[in-house]
Design a protein around this ligand. Sequence first.
Ligand code: IMP
Length: 436
Amino acid sequence: MAGIVVVGSQWGDEGKGKIVDLLCQTADVVVRYQGGDNAGHTVYHQNEKFELSSLPVAIINPNHLAVIGNGEVVNPKALLLEMKMLRERGLDISGLRISDRAHVIMPYHIALDALCEQASGGRIGTTKKGIGPTYADKINRRGIRMVDLVDPKSFAEVLKEFLPEKNNEITKLYGGQAFDFQTIYDEYVEYGRQLEKYVTDTTVLLDKLSQEGKRIIFEGAQGIMLDIDHGTYPYVTSSNPVGGGAAVGSGTGPNKINQVVGVVKAYTSRVGEGPFPTELKNEIGDKIRETGHEYGVITKRPRRIGWLDAVALRHSVLVAGITQLSINSLDVLSGLKEIKIATAYKVDGRTLDHFPANLRILENAVPVYETIPGWSEDISEVQRRQDLPVNAQNYLNRIEDLLKTPILAFAVGPHAEQTHLLKDPWSEDKEVLHTI
Ligand code: IMP
């Protein structure tokens, strides 16, 4: 089996959906391996706009299998609504498969996410979709899996076992409203009934496809800097977007992964709390936010904007095993007189060129910037790297040099035909494409 992992290399919202959709055309299956309906993937496919959150992007491509891997957490109610929305738009979603080992986001998880955020004064700035509490229960061995949801007897047993504890937490710790067993049971058994035909052992399925020589795209959600182990902890999500997460979250071996494509937005954005050394709290940041429509797909929150941060990106390349880059939203920078890239941080007079674990150090980090002259041309219709204005080419070249990783694709707008592949994504060739 050949496999390509697609990861977000920053704090999410890099435009992974677009590149997954493009790579999907060269593959047979797409597997989402982590996250839940906190993710928002916007894809323009055949001139139609799709906003997906739980479903793998392959779902909008007929003749592809779209697999929700064991590492994703599933809100059955939200998933069914998303499926309904696609059916109403005339899509055939029979290619959907859901891992029987995927954990279920229960209503008490959503309540606990909101209550915990409220009690801490919005400490993390989560999406309040119940993601953290669901993964916490999974690790704490109090989770409910899809295999339970589709079996009413098993579902009753696990819900009976865990609900009193959750209700205690909700009422005694946070003063919230307890959940009624029967109400949840009736509602969720019905969701299980509707989802049952899609639920299967996806590890066995992927192994079978592998033996048939099929190509798989592993679709990451969020971004490496939000990874629970390698991101800006505690200002992170609760799963592992890194390349290695693809193996764990899909039940395939790491030996099945040939390439890891790191999607990089030509600048940086972030939603939620946490340090952000290159943040632009000025009119340049405002201009980029407006031009790039930088508002959350899920929460509609305005995103924080900053210059490209090569220190954070080097960290991502390292921890995610990124072998190729896909640079998005280059068009958004058109019209800026100059563009900056942080190449290192200065902390207490010392120069730091790796991303520190200590957030206090990060909060005091002053970026060391390299300035590249901007370009004024509209580049939204440029198709070849060599046809970009020379300063835009220089910008791409510099990113390649700083990250020592070749560029596989660049995008000059949100539509599929504005994303351009520079080479065969499946080739093992690791050469940097430009000559320095
Ligand atoms: P959670 O994933 O809802 O627990 O939120 C934890 C952090 O991850 C918050 O800062 C969220 O804003 C951020 N986050 C979660 N999902 C996404 C995403 O898809 N894009 C960008 N940020 C996200």
